[in-house]
Design a protein around this ligand. Structure first.
Ligand SMILES: [Zn+2]
Length: 328
């Protein structure tokens, strides 16, 4: 066994607003972590330099040098070419086109690097250590600004022939439905993302529907997930109705995915799900089960909430590095 036989891995979650880096043991224990704001308007060189600094901070806190680690995994927004570690483009980061993130980090830190899309990496974390632990085939669905999706089939991330598999948010659920960010109509994202939910709430409010949300919005007029949960707990009819509709469409989506890949578990995560779990998950489960064609095994497709929270990205990235670089 090489001297790196027991060395930990480094996981990095590169987000549009913050960078989280952590040193993580082979069993998935977080040994240290460090956080920095993402200089998202300053271009790839500055962002990559900040990632390197954040990794160095996390390593110092764990009393190792970065190159003592056995490898590094990083989850990046946008479309990632896993084989080369190139981020093809990332809409949330300025001037990110064809950025060789893997090679740059590997040169700066002196260790092997694997790059994955952020949703893929978070789902891999849930598969390795969270709600999908012990499973072989897992789907991840993360409703947020859009709807992120990821598939793990027989223990491997399924990224597709061009790195763009599992675009679950752009599966058409309602032909001729509302316009999606992609320009087409009726995508899951246009019906059941956080953005769609907010669009429907604001439209109803403009038409004079009464709701306690009016008093629960923050100073900038934003509707936080916590405010939605408060309104639902107060039996606000508008919020309950919109949450129900969102859950119904998410359930249709989960049912379709179950019919396509028959996974052991479908994992829902993200801030909206975490805050409004009790109003969303029962309808998601019931609708998905109604649409699962294998009537005999209806109870066997588990539909669960993600359990790793904000650490799914760093844990998934480190576990992906371990799966990629561990040669025994
Ligand atoms: Zn779309």
């Amino acid at each position: 066994m090489s001297k790196k036989g027991k060395a930990p891995y480094i996981g990095v979650d590169l987000g549009g607003t913050k960078i989280l880096a952590a040193v993580i043991s082979r069993k998935g224990k977080i040994l240290s972590e460090a956080k920095s704001p993402t200089p998202d308007r300053e271009g790839p060189e500055v962002v990559i330099a900040r990632v390197v600094e954040t990794v160095q901070q996390a390593a110092r806190a764990a009393e190792i040098d970065p190159d003592d680690a056995a490898g590094l995994g990083i989850g990046s927004p946008g479309v990632v070419e896993a084989a080369t570690g190139v981020v093809r483009f990332a809409p949330n980061l300025l001037h990110w086109d064809e950025v060789p993130l893997g090679r740059k980090l590997s040169e700066a830190l002196g260790l092997p690097v694997v790059v994955g899309n952020d949703v893929d990496v978070a789902t891999f974390g849930e598969y390795a250590l969270g709600a999908g632990a012990g499973c072989h085939s897992v789907a991840g669905i993360f409703p947020g600004t859009g709807i992120g999706g990821a598939l793990i089939l027989n223990g491997k991330l399924h990224t597709g022939a061009r790195g763009s598999a599992a675009e679950i948010g752009h599966i058409t659920l309602l032909a001729d439905g509302p316009v999606c960010g992609c320009g087409r109509r009726g995508c899951a994202e246009a019906l059941a993302s956080r953005t769609a939910l907010e669009r429907d709430l604001r439209a109803a409010m403009r038409f004079g529907r009464r709701t306690v949300l009016t008093d629960l919005m923050d100073a900038e007029g934003r509707i936080r997930s916590g405010a939605l949960a408060k309104a639902a707990a107060a039996n606000d009819l508008l919020v309950l109705e919109v949450l129900y509709r969102t859950a119904h469409y998410l359930g249709l989506l989960a049912g379709s995915i179950a019919n396509l890949i028959d996974p052991e578990v479908i994992i829902f995560g993200g801030g909206l799900i975490e805050a409004c779990e009790e109003w969303l998950m029962p309808t998601i489960r019931a609708t998905a089960q109604q649409h699962f064609i294998n009537r005999l095994d209806i109870e066997k497709v588990r539909i669960e909430v993600a359990t790793l929270g904000d650490h799914a990205g760093v844990l998934g990235a480190a576990m992906l590095a371990q799966a990629t670089f561990n040669n025994g």
